[in-house]
Design a protein around this ligand. Sequence first.
Ligand code: CAA
Length: 447
Amino acid sequence: MTDTSVGIDAVEIHAGKLKLDLAETFAPAMGDDPGKYTKGLGLYASSLPDTYEDIVTMGANAAHRLMERKGLEPEDIGRIDVATESAFDHSKPVSTYIAGCLEQVFEGDFHHANKGERKFACVSGTQSVDDAYNWIRAGRNRGRAALVVATDTALYARDDPGEATQGAGAVAMLIDEDPDFVELSTEQGYGSADETDFLKPQQQFPSVDGKRSVNVYLARMREALVDYESVGGDIHPDDFRLGPFHTPFPGMVRKAAVLAYRHITRDTEIEEELAEEIGRQPRPEAFDDEEAYTEALGEYTDALKDTDHYQGWYDRTIDPTLDLSREVGNWYTGSVHVARVSGIRSLVEDGEDAEGEKLLVGSYGSGAQAEIHVETIQENYESEIEALNVDEQLAARYDLSFDEYEDVHDAHNFDEETSVEEFTAPDGEFVFDGWGRMGERKYRYVE
Ligand code: CAA
């Protein structure tokens, strides 16, 4: 068992190469006010995959860039874990396909790397990071690092309320000792229960009870926060510079943030300072029944939302983590990892010295499980952020018309053959290259 620092050494993002503009293209076609998406959900655009892109190509492209940038060879990687909710095979893991792609462009191979696939909706990206952390801390890594890839084509059925929150992209992370980017805490909190809010029983597009899923997110996150505090101690708003949370859409995080703030300000000087303006937080013992207590708590929370205290904390701690999500939509397993990058990137852009600052990271997966842990920003975070090319990727996306969007959506229902032509030209990347004789998907690197 090693006690060295372990965390995320490097990160790379690969966004789907198509863009659906929600205000300009989606809202008019759906007969909706664009404000429902931009203000209500907090989303401007979705990244969608071109016809030659899928979870393998996006994951392999992110991992390829990460390995090249860090000067890594396959023998430096002892483990490849893929987290996804969009897998197309119940037996052969996506990590084998990604390793196969990478072996086309690197000299060595990954024959001695342990490969797997993690499933628990969106939280499985963080679970894979945890698995890698545990493997390294247990001293089983033989000096090698782990590659974790969170990759999804997060598409909903046409006309499902979730359609506006779609997205596609991959996040590749290198988990290693003495990390350059963020160190992970040993302490974690969990909130987990058997829930039926969002599931994909043998189907590409999910069955979703959208309204219920929002309440389940809030309930499990709260449980995880309380569980974290039982090992990490009470949380105070000033303890954390950023709070990257799983972001199915920014409006979801807005709902969660005020509940979290209410919880972490209880019994603090902030609650006292706010008492004159909005009173103290209701306590259950002061009420005869649960309903009256819940109502009072709701009224307090509504008032809290409008205070300068809360607004200042939200603008500083939460809002910067949502910048990328607004432009790409939900990436399921990659979403919280995009939020982390987004938040730290804003600190770099503002020229802030953030080394040693803490992040309160909230991951969530439907079905349902939330996990809270803490991360500490490391010395080389600035160069890790500056190496990203995510802005260039987003600017280069092909802007779909609504008719084109309908075609590309159908093309990604994996039950169907497609005749839809590609919208962009692949350049220095892995592409889907048709089907093999056993029904496997084939890939090729395009120079
Ligand atoms: N201007 C401003 N705001 C507007 C507006 C306008 N013109 N029109 C509507 N709004 C607001 C609404 O008031 C609402 O805000 P509040 O929730 O704060 O009241 C918001 O826009 C959304 O409007 P609706 O509630 O009417 O939207 P909807 O019912 O069509 O869809 C949803 C909302 C059910 C969440 C849907 O997007 C959905 O099903 N999403 C997929 C499921 C999901 O993401 N759930 C989140 C938790 S589960 C999870 O996190 C796992 C995961 O990744 C899937």
